[in-house]
Write a protein that binds this ligand. Structure first.
Ligand code: GUN
Length: 295
């Protein structure tokens, strides 16, 4: 693989080995970290993300269980699933796969999760703590991006990072984390979005571009300065009759177009995706350790 490629599978595997070592002392005390998943409806992309997360749990030795609800599920049914996990001493982390079929329910469902079990880092308590730089469960994709940059030798410290996309899951938490004065952050940040007038003007100033727009070909060669680092958070399904499933996954970046200009880039698939899942495992192990320490 080209030296320019930041390989998420390799970095994630390294982090998963570190996690396995942290499981041993827990096991000695009879604790096995447990993840409780709630999946509502049968969206194929959500289904496949949840399967990947559950497989990853199995791989490192985390127990996972799933509550699957048919859409349209009443709010109370989803809240009951969350509350059951809140009470369950064998469940240390809770994940409600988003989007919910009815997006209007999301805020209330997330708020019902015990913040000490919020391994997605989506609860307002954890978001507030994150912004203040206090100990918190960090949202998995932004944290995965930061771990990847650090471990690939591309620290954002002192550099200008231009983020495209202002979602609550990626763009906005990532912008906040990058501004913190610590070993993962200390960057200058520009957060671009659909209201940004001249996107290319901003991306051309970037030392590091993070594309999280959810749209293929959002970043093309003319938007990237020579030597920039490009992180592609996009996971878009595009029709492809030559593939057995009838589609392939592409990111938000024109990978082939920008490749000769960049100094480092993440592929899709195999870039940020494995890191996101690994940070969920990381938070779940952390949740179990915290619970164990509290007794
Ligand atoms: N949907 C897309 N990304 C995520 C994620 O990181 N966590 C959850 N729960 N749902 C998602």
């Amino acid at each position: 693989m080209s030296e320019k490629i930041m390989d998420g599978k390799v970095i994630a595997a390294e982090m998963r080995e570190e996690l396995k070592k942290r499981l041993a002392p827990l096991k000695e005390k009879g604790v096995m970290p447990g993840l409780g998943v709630v999946l509502v409806g049968d969206d194929p992309a959500s289904r496949s993300y949840v399967t990947a997360k559950e497989r990853a749990c199995q791989d490192v030795g985390i127990h996972s269980q799933e509550i699957r609800l048919d859409a349209p599920a009443p709010l109370e049914e989803i809240l009951d699933a969350v509350r059951g996990y809140n009470r369950d001493p064998d469940i240390h982390g809770i994940l409600v796969q988003l989007p919910l079929p009815d997006a209007r329910m999301e805020a209330e469902v997330i708020a019902a999760i015990d913040p000490d079990k919020d391994v997605d880092g989506f609860h307002p308590v954890n978001i507030g703590r994150m912004i203040l730089g206090l100990p918190a469960f960090l949202p998995c994709t932004p944290h995965g991006v930061l771990q990847m940059l650090k471990r690939a030798g591309q620290s954002p410290n002192g550099r200008h990072v231009v983020i495209i996309g202002r979602s609550n899951i990626v763009g906005r938490p990532l912008a906040n984390l990058l501004t913190l004065k610590n070993e993962l952050g200390n960057a200058t940040v520009t957060l671009c979005h659909t209201g940004t007038g001249d996107l290319a003007h901003h991306t051309r100033q970037a030392d590091i571009i993070v594309a999280a727009a959810g749209r293929p070909h959002t970043v093309t060669a003319d938007m990237v300065r020579d030597g920039a680092v490009v992180v592609d958070v996009g996971v878009n399904r595009v029709d492809d009759a030559s593939r057995p499933r009838g589609y392939r996954l592409v990111g938000d970046v024109d990978f082939d177009g920008v490749f000769d200009k960049v100094s480092a880039i993440t592929p899709v698939p195999g870039g940020v995706g494995p890191m996101t899942i690994t940070m969920l495992l990381y938070n779940t192990v952390e949740a179990a350790e915290r619970k164990q320490q509290q007794g």
